[in-house]
Design a protein around this ligand. Sequence first.
Ligand SMILES: Cc1ncc(COP(=O)(O)O)c(C=O)c1O
Length: 404
Amino acid sequence: MPFALDQIDTELVTLDRELLRRSIRSVNTPCGPEIQIQGRSLLAFCSNDYLGLANHPELIAALSEGAARFGTGSGASHLISGHHVIHDELEAKLASTQAGAIPNVRALFFSTGYVANLSVITALGLIGNKKISIYSAALNHASLIDGIRLARGQGSVDLHIFDHHHLEALDDILHNDSAPHKLIVIDGVFSMDGDLAPVQKLLHLANQYDALLMIDDAHGFGVLGKHGYGILEDQRICSDRIIYIGTLGKAAGLNGAFVCAHKKIIAWLIQKARPYIYSTASSPALAFAVLRSISLMEGEKGKELRVLLQQNIALWKKESTFTRWKRLESDTAIQPIMVGSNETALQLARALDQFGYWIPAIRPPTVPKGKARLRMTLSAAHTKEQIEGLCNVLSELESSLPPS
Ligand SMILES: Cc1ncc(COP(=O)(O)O)c(C=O)c1O
C-alpha cells in the first residue's frame, strides 16, 4: 500500500473526532433558494448568489450565445493563444466599473478570485527584487493568506497581521517600517463576518506611508454602490494606490474574477504573475456572458435587485432575535450566527436540515478556534415568507436545543 494511505485514514479519523471533517453535498437543481439534494427539497441560505443571477434567463442565453459565437474553450493560456477579443472587450468593461476610483485604470480577467489573489500578491512581491512588508488583516480570506505564503517562499517578505477594528497598531508598525515596498491587504467585505473594511482609513494610512492598498471585494462587487461597482464606488474613494479585486462567481452569477489597478501594475502582472501566466484562459463564452451580467448589474435590473437584497437584509435583522446565540453586526448579505462550539454549530446545521433549511456550519480553520458559526447568506431571490419561516425555525431551535 502506498505510504500515505494509512496515515490519511488516521488523520481523517482525527478530523471526524474533532468535528472538523468536511463533506461535499451535490445539488441537483440550478443555484437558487429552492434546491434539491438527493431527492430532498431544501431552502438554501448559503450561496453567494446575492442578486439571484446565477440562474437568470438572460445569462443562460448569453452563455449559450457566447459558446455559439466563440466556442467553449480558450485552448491555451492568455499569453499563448487563449486570449480572445471578447476577453479584451470584457476587460475594458471591467476597467470602466472602477474608472471613477482608480486613475489610469486597466483590468485583467482571471479564471477565479483565488488565482487573482495569488497572482497579485506574488507578482507585487517581485518588484525590483526589493524587500516588501505585507500588512494583512487577521480575518482575510484564505486566498489572500495563501498568496502571502507563496510570496514568502519566493522573496523577501516581512508579514504583519493586523486587526482591522483597531488600526492604531497598524499605524504604529507602518510608522517604524523602513521596507522600501509596503502592501496593505484586506477583504472589502469580510467573508465570514460580513462587516466592511475601513477602506477610507486604510487609504489614509497607505498615503501617509507610501503603501499600496489591495482590496479583495469578492462580496462587494455587484452588491455595493449605486451601480454595484463595489466598495470603492460605495465609499467614494479614489486613488492610484488601490488594487481592486472583484469576483464574478458571486453577485455576478457566473465565474471568474478581475483585477483593476493602475495600468503599470497590470502590465507587471502580465509579466510576472505565474498563476495567471501558467494557466489556461477561461472560456471566451464565459467572458461574453460576464459582459451581459455586468450590464444587468449596473442597469435598472441590478438596482432593483440590490433594493430587494437590502429589504431582505433589513427584514432578517428585524425578525431574528436570539438570546443564547449572537448575530454579528453586519449590514451586508453575510449574516453569521455565532453559536460557539463546533459541536453546537454542527448540531444546529443538522437540525435546520431536518426542517428543510440549508445553512452550513463554518468551523476552523475557516474561522478562528471557538468561533464556529452558521454562515447565513441572503439573496435578492429569497422571499419575505422564506426569511420569516427561517426566523421562526431558528427561534424554536434556540429554545429546544440543549446548551453546549
Ligand atoms: C473574500 C474572497 N476572496 C476570494 C475568493 C475566491 O474567489 P473565487 O471563488 O472566485 O476563487 C472568495 C471565495 O469565496 C472570497 O470569499
